[in-house]
Design a protein around this ligand. Structure first.
Ligand code: MF3
Ligand code: CO
Length: 248
C-alpha cells in the first residue's frame, strides 16, 4: 500500500527534512583532508540529537552507525571508521532523520579539496540526473517517467546506473512502497497521487554499473573500482510538480 500523507503530515516530514538538510551543511564544512569518517559520523549523531531528532539509520536492520559515509568506489552504506579523507576523494553522506514521528532521507556527494575531471563530471551529472528525475514528478504522472529520465540522462553522459539499489517511499517508515528505480520505461509504473512522499536517489558510476557487497555485509562498492556518486532528496507529490522536503 502506498501511503498518502496529509498536508499536516508533510509539514512534519519537512521539519525532519530540514534537520537532515542542516546536518548536511554542518558536515560539509568538516570535509577536509585528515578528518576521519568516524568523526563525521559522530558529529552527525550529535547534530541530529541537538535538533531534537534521532538518526534513522542507527540500528536500522542492525546498521552500526548514525549515517552512511561512502568514499570513492563505495556506492552506499559505508560505515564511519578510522579512515581519513584525502585531497581528491569524493565522499557521499547519506543522512536520515527521525523527528516528530517522521523520517526524512537525503544523500549528497561532495569533493574533498581538488578532484580530478572524471570525478567532477560524475558529481556534476549525478546531481543533474536527480533534478531531471524530479522534474517528471507530479500527480497523475506515471512513476516510470522519472526512472526513465534518470537513466536516459545518465547514459547520455556516459555514466553507469546502479540497478541493485532504488529509491523508495518514506515517511512513517524509512522505507515504504513504492520502489523508485533509476532505470525504466516511460509510461510505466504506478500513477503518482498528491500526498505521496518518495525519496529519489540516483546512484551513478564513472565506469561499469556492477556492484559488489564487502565482507562487512554493508558497504557496497563498484566491481571495477570506479568512483560512484549519489544524490537524494525526499519529495512530496503535488498537483503541479513535487515539493522538496530535504532542502532549506
Ligand atoms: N538512505 C539509505 C537508503 O535509502 C538508508 C540506509 S539506512 C541503513 O537506503 F541503515 F541501511 F544504512
Ligand atoms: Co533513501
Amino acid at each position: 500500500m502506498i501511503h498518502i500523507y496529509s498536508d499536516e503530515e508533510i509539514a512534519l516530514i519537512k521539519e525532519s527534512g530540514h534537520i537532515t538538510y542542516l546536518c548536511h551543511q554542518h558536515l560539509k564544512s568538516l570535509l577536509v583532508p585528515g578528518v576521519t569518517t568516524k568523526f563525521l559520523d559522530e558529529e552527525a549523531g550529535r547534530f541530529i540529537q541537538s535538533q531534537g531528532g534521532t538518526p534513522s539509520c542507527l540500528h536500522y536492520e542492525g546498521f552500526p552507525a548514525n549515517i552512511c559515509i561512502s568514499v570513492n568506489d563505495e556506492v552506499v552504506h559505508g560505515i564511519g571508521s578510522e579512515r581519513t579523507l584525502k585531497e581528491g576523494d569524493i565522499v557521499t553522506l547519506d543522512i536520515c532523520t527521525f523527528y516528530k514521528g517522521f523520517h526524512s532521507d537525503s544523500a549528497w556527494s561532495y569533493p574533498v579539496g581538488k578532484i580530478n575531471q572524471e570525478k567532477e563530471h560524475l558529481l556534476h551529472h549525478t546531481e543533474k540526473a536527480l533534478y531531471a528525475g524530479l522534474k517528471e514528478l507530479k500527480a497523475g504522472a506515471p512513476l516510470g517517467n522519472a526512472s526513465a529520465r534518470i537513466e536516459q540522462y545518465a547514459k547520455r553522459h556516459g555514466l553507469g546506473v546502479v540497478r541493485e539499489l532504488v529509491g523508495h517511499g518514506v515517511g512513517c517508515e524509512l522505507h515504504e512502497e513504492p520502489d523508485v528505480p533509476n532505470f525504466g520505461k516511460y509510461n510505466t509504473g504506478i500513477r503518482l497521487k498528491e500526498g505521496m512522499v518518495i525519496a529519489v536517489e540516483p546512484m551513478l558510476t564513472a565506469g561499469k554499473r556492477n556492484v559488489v557487497l564487502l565482507d562487512d555485509d554493508w558497504t557496497i562498492v563498484t566491481k571495477d573500482g570506479s568512483p560512484s556518486a549519489h544524490f537524494e532528496h525526499t519529495v512530496a507529490i503535488r498537483e503541479d510538480g513535487c515539493e522538496i522536503l530535504t532542502g532549506e
